[in-house]
Design a protein around this ligand. Structure first.
Ligand code: MN
Length: 424
């Protein structure tokens, strides 16, 4: 299903007076408000195809209702989200969960929905039916060259699918590692992985990037072969200038200073992509901004600062993607919340007075530095986001409209109560 222009306009008209009051109140205090709105309008967050159905935990999966069961339906769901907020104009596909059968038709559908294909994701963390070799003991790190070769060929196949769709990046997340001390040689695992990544790197088309995602633990619980940003940075540096580190917020040990990691990776020109989610304990994959919104703001402050220092375009300089999995909420409502939380943190980061902060730092004025950051963080920027949406033809209150129109019930009517999404 898609929204009509009238549905959005009627919704906005009803909220317009109150919105204008809220927006005038905040905009009067913000110099350069038009620049902030422009940046918010340009900023798009890619939706991963696997976030559109209900995810699960290793204890089980609770089915949602009316989930998209084909790749076309997944695109339609993202197109629908994009109508609500005009901020999710890209989809990130996962192979083999989303193998495009007819790339030309799929590209046409994407154009119709005003969507782009973001980074492609490969999968060597689970075995597929009919696969010759198992990834039980790793993929690109495996001691057996035949297994490594199979995993390399899979990644090259993913690049080919991506080329057909107009994507320009490959994200590699490896589950490779070990569960017990002594299980593997750290050096051999690293060197095998580097050699395998090198073969994939050599297959990258012109203009393509490869993102090496790291994760501290899980599913391996003793060591992970790309376990932290240092290891990812090492791989990316050795591979070459098309290789970058990808930061997934949930892939750190508790209390890691992610904002510092982001600042240094940007400084070294090695930050390529970003996966948003939130967590309280580990890789919880909760809604962005639901647990640690201040940390999200601090990360965005470093992103804005680091990108400005290098003259990068905020919207296109890095790959922005949500990577979360939902067990209790409606996935589409959750994604609307996620995109909103990301843009709130981004808007707040844009409000930080960089010049004043620098002066405070030069004077060792710790109190003022904190005041400047928290002043921006404590600003309610939601009316600015709403104004950007209004001007872009999206909804002033996306979740309210989603509920008014009973979108989920309509999707159930179209797809059936028990439609299940492929993937997790
Ligand atoms: Mn991720």
């Amino acid at each position: 299903m898609l929204l009509t222009k009238t549905q959005i306009e009627q919704h906005n008209d009803a909220l317009l007076t109150q919105h204008q009051r809220n927006f005038e109140f905040i905009s009067g205090n913000i110099p350069g408000i038009e620049g902030v709105i422009k940046k918010l309008t340009d900023f798009q967050v890619a939706i991963p195809s696997w976030a559109l159905g209900n995810g699960g935990t290793r204890f089980g999966r609770f089915a949602g209702r009316g989930a998209p069961s084909t790749l076309e339906q997944k695109l339609e769901d993202v197109g629908l989200l994009h109508q609500f907020n005009r901020s999710s104009g890209a989809i990130s596909l996962h192979i083999p969960w989303d193998i495009p059968k007819d790339a030309t038709a799929l590209k046409q559908l994407a154009t119709q929905l005003d969507l782009k294909f973001d980074a492609m994701n490969s999968n060597t963390f689970q075995d597929q039916p009919g696969q010759a070799h198992s990834y039980k003991y790793g993929s690109l790190q495996h001691i057996d060259k035949a297994v490594r070769k199979q995993a390399i060929e899979h990644n090259i196949e993913v690049i080919k699918y991506g080329q057909e769709l107009g994507s320009a990046a490959l994200t590699i997340w490896l589950a490779d590692g070990s569960c017990f001390p002594g299980q593997l040689s750290f050096r051999k695992a690293f060197n095998n992985t580097l050699e395998s990544l090198g073969e994939i790197y050599d297959a990258l088309p012109e203009q393509w990037k490869v993102f090496v995602e790291y994760k501290a633990f899980e599913p391996n619980f003793y060591s992970t072969t790309v376990g932290d940003w240092g290891q990812s940075f090492l791989f990316a540096s050795k591979l070459g200038e098309k290789a970058y580190t990808l930061v997934d917020l949930g892939h750190h040990l508790p209390n890691a200073n992610i904002e510092q990691i982001v600042a240094l990776l940007l400084n070294e020109k090695k930050l390529g992509g970003f996966h948003f989610n939130d967590s309280k304990y580990g890789d919880d994959d909760l809604t962005v901004g639901s647990i640690k919104p201040y940390q999200l703001f601090l990360i965005f402050k470093e992103l804005v600062d680091g990108m400005d220092a290098r003259g990068m375009d905020h919207a296109t300089g890095l790959g922005w993607m949500i990577d979360a999995s939902h067990n209790v909420k409606d996935p589409l409502e959750d994604l609307l919340q996620s995109v909103e939380a990301i843009k709130i943190a981004y808007a707040q980061a844009l409000l930080v007075d960089a010049a004043q902060l620098e002066t405070a730092q030069e004077n060792n004025d710790v109190t003022l530095a904190q005041e400047l950051l928290q002043g921006a963080y404590r600003t309610d920027v939601r009316p600015i986001l709403a104004e950007a949406r209004l001007r872009a033809g999206a909804a002033l209150d996306p979740i309210a409209l989603f509920r008014q129109l009973k979108v989920r019930d309509q999707l159930v009517n179209e797809r059936g109560e028990n439609a299940v999404a492929t993937g997790l």
